[in-house]
Structure formats: structure tokens, C-alpha cells
Write a protein that binds this ligand. Structure first.
Ligand code: R5P
Length: 312
């Protein structure tokens, strides 16, 4: 496995290209298309026998199509006798379906782990899972990177005064606390409640003081933007003078752009784990690239050196 090979599905070729640029390696050549009956076909156009293969494919929209494409790619590489195959899935969709919290519901995050493994993945490289425990759904090694330090550095360079970091949900509190410590800011927490399975949520209460302060919210993802809008309103109602927001994954589904345009947040900082088409680029949205971090992790996995040391 002395040769590293990087391939991309159709989910996010720009991220794959940027990662290859960081590593100074060419993007592997493959043919991926759909027949008229919608069946996906994959053919690898170069020899990968015994190579160390990385397939970059976040589970971006269309999620289910990109998932199946990744599974078919894994199968193709396995049958082409690749030495080791790492599924690089910077955004792991279905991460929120990670427990049986209602009667007769699936644990889809676990199902996808099984699908990836059966299809041929020997390792998973991912970024900021919805819940770290999802790592344990895999019986193959999982490296989970975090965008936290990139986001911290971005806001540290802004030297914002009177800053308070706000967890938009109890689930993100630990990451928010890490961010607050690194930015030497206090922490506030919003208790949020989901309204049935409609995708809507409400911010019930705010724990902590934001009066007269600049609030910086953090979440793992912004999906429809509903949680963020509720958070912005609650923070302003509680006396915050300004609200900025950040998250790792810009899912931006359905009414997200309308919602984000409507809120009074001054800046929304995201990363490029998912593609951000021109229709999703509001002036107040800043996108930071994780390609160098993903590239460096790939280099370390390939060389057998520590990935954890990247975050020490
Ligand atoms: C869920 O618990 C996540 O951490 C995010 O808070 C959620 O995905 C945001 O969803 P939306 O933007 O649709 O409110």
C-alpha cells in the first residue's frame, strides 16, 4: 500500500479537488453515471490493486442517491482488489436518527454504518458527527475530525469584545464549552424542544447571561435554520447586542436560506463539508475550507502517524 489514491463521487468534487491540491496528488479517474433506468454505474479507470484508496463522498443532497453511489463505489474498489479503502464522509447524514426514542423507529445511523462496512469500507474518516457515540456503530476504525479549532481561530482573529458562546441545544454543550474556553468567553445554553417529527423546534429557555454581550452560537449543523432563528430571537430578547453563528455542516435544506436571510444574525460561519451552491450563498455566510485538515488526516492515515496529534 505504498501508493495513496483519492477518488471522488458526485457529492462534492470541489472538496475532493481541494484535498488533492493540499496533498499534491492527482484525483483518481473513475466513470460514474446513471442509466436511463436510474441504476448507478461505476467504473474505476486506473489500477488500484493493493493501493491505499480514499473515497471522498459527504452524504450531501440528494442524500440517498449519494449514499448509494458511495456504496457502489466501495463495491467497485473492493472487487478491484484495493489494499485498503477509507470512506471519507465529511458529513454523515442520518446522524440524528441514532437512537430508538419513539416506538417502532429505526436506528438509521447504525444501518448506514453496516451498509458502508458490508460494501467494502475498511475505515471511516468523518467530521463532527451529530453524536460522537456513532463511532461505536462501526466495527472498523473511525477517525472523527472536528472543525472546532478552525472556527475558534476564525473568531479569535476577530477579537470580539464581550463575547458569550451559546450552545443552541443541550446536545452541543460540550463542544460549545470547548469553544468558550478557547475564546476565553463565558458559556450560555439554550434548551430546545423538537415539535414531533415536523422538523420544527422551539427554544424553551436560556441558561446563562447574554445581556449587553455579543453572542456566538455553535451547532453541529444548520438544517432548515429554524433552530438558529429561534436562538437568535431568544438571545436578542434577552439583551444580546449582536448574534453571530457558526456550525460545521451547512445542510441548508428546504426553507433554510429564507430563514437565514430573515434572522438578524450578523454573520453565519460554516465549513465546506457540504457543497454550497450559489443559491445558498448569502452575503452574511462565510465558508471556511476543511480540505487542509481532511488532507492532513489522509496523509497521516496513509503514513500510519497520529491523527489525534492534529488536535493536541
Ligand atoms: C440537531 O439536534 C442538530 O444539532 C441541529 O440543531 C439541527 O440539525 C438544526 O436543525 P434546523 O436548522 O432544521 O433547526
Amino acid at each position: 500500500m505504498d501508493e495513496l489514491k483519492i477518488f471522488s463521487g458526485n457529492a462534492h468534487p470541489a472538496l475532493a479537488r481541494a484535498t488533492c491540491e493540499y496533498l499534491n496528488v492527482p484525483l483518481g479517474s473513475a466513470r460514474i453515471f446513471k442509466f436511463s433506468n436510474e441504476n448507478i454505474f461505476v467504473q474505476i479507470l486506473e489500477n488500484v490493486r493493493e493501493r491505499d484508496v480514499f473515497i471522498i463522498q459527504p452524504l450531501a443532497s440528494p442524500v440517498n442517491e449519494n449514499l448509494v453511489e458511495l456504496l457502489i463505489m466501495l463495491d467497485a474498489f473492493k472487487r478491484a482488489s484495493a489494499g485498503r479503502i477509507t470512506a471519507v464522509v465529511p458529513y454523515y447524514a442520518y446522524g440524528r436518527t441514532d437512537k430508538k426514542d419513539q416506538p417502532r423507529v429505526p436506528i438509521t445511523a447504525r444501518l448506514i454504518a453496516d451498509l458502508l462496512t458490508v460494501a467494502g469500507a475498511n475505515r471511516l474518516l468523518t467530521v463532527d458527527l451529530h453524536a460522537g457515540q456513532i463511532q461505536g456503530f462501526f466495527n472498523i476504525p473511525v477517525d472523527e475530525l472536528t472543525a472546532l479549532y478552525l472556527l475558534v481561530n476564525y473568531f479569535r482573529n476577530k477579537q470580539l469584545q464581550d463575547l458569550v458562546v451559546v450552545a443552541t441545544d443541550i446536545g452541543i454543550t460540550k463542544r460549545a464549552r470547548d469553544m468558550a474556553e478557547r475564546l476565553k468567553a463565558p458559556l450560555a445554553i439554550i434548551a430546545k424542544r423538537r415539535i414531533d417529527n415536523s422538523g420544527k423546534s422551539e427554544a424553551i429557555t436560556l441558561i446563562g447571561d447574554v445581556k449587553g454581550m455579543r453572542a456566538l452560537t455553535i451547532d453541529d449543523e444548520i438544517d432548515t435554520g429554524g433552530s438558529l432563528n429561534n436562538a437568535v430571537s431568544l438571545l436578542i430578547d434577552n439583551g444580546a447586542v449582536e448574534v453571530s453563528a457558526c456550525c460545521t455542516h451547512a445542510v441548508f435544506s428546504g426553507p433554510a436560506i429564507k430563514n437565514l436571510a430573515a434572522n438578524t444574525a450578523t454573520e453565519i460561519v460554516v465549513t465546506d463539508t457540504l457543497p454550497l451552491g450559489p443559491e445558498k450563498r448569502l452575503p452574511k455566510i462565510t465558508s471556511l475550507s476543511l480540505a487542509p485538515l481532511i488532507g492532513e488526516a489522509i496523509r497521516r492515515i496513509h503514513k500510519g502517524t497520529s491523527v489525534g496529534a492534529l488536535f493536541e
